[in-house]
Design a protein around this ligand. Sequence first.
Ligand code: MG
Ligand code: ZN
Length: 189
Amino acid sequence: MSRPALLIDRDGTLIREHDEPPRSAGEVELLAGGAAALARARARGFALVMITNQSAFARGWLRFEEFAAVQRTIDAQLAVAGARLDAVYFCPHHPLEGEPPYRRECECRKPGSALVLAAQRELELDLARSWMIGDARRDLAAGAAAGVRGILVATGKGAREAEKLTALERSRTHFAADLAQAVEFALGA
Ligand SMILES: [Mg+2]
Ligand SMILES: [Zn+2]
């Protein structure tokens, strides 16, 4: 009994992106309409899974307690709209920056698909019926490598990233103004 999922990027997709990722509750701002749309997806049987690169760990800029505090705030704001994430997966690595063990080549950093595959195993997801929603080309690539269809949002760096897509990537990508529109598209597809 595997479920479809919405695999959702965090920065620039679910929450407003700044130059550096948020480290405290006051810096968290959900993008308008996203939470309500996720609640509708959940009611329709979609698992909701966040998959996020957090190289700020590798750069020594972010501590786990800060990341966790931000996540609690996100969860609380989602709950107001009736939405709840089934799981959060993050990559703390960077191939070049910082010090080991966080400085390393890994398979979990998007465009790697290791976290998508971990979610599939642990949550029993049906990836063929799932969607990856993000504001970066590498979000879409992480999904595509695991057979997940992608939706690029125009928030965050999405508008700029759209210019970087190859013809092949463009042909298999859906485009949405924001997370709310992306979710509605996925529910109607
Ligand atoms: Mg992003
Ligand atoms: Zn990693």
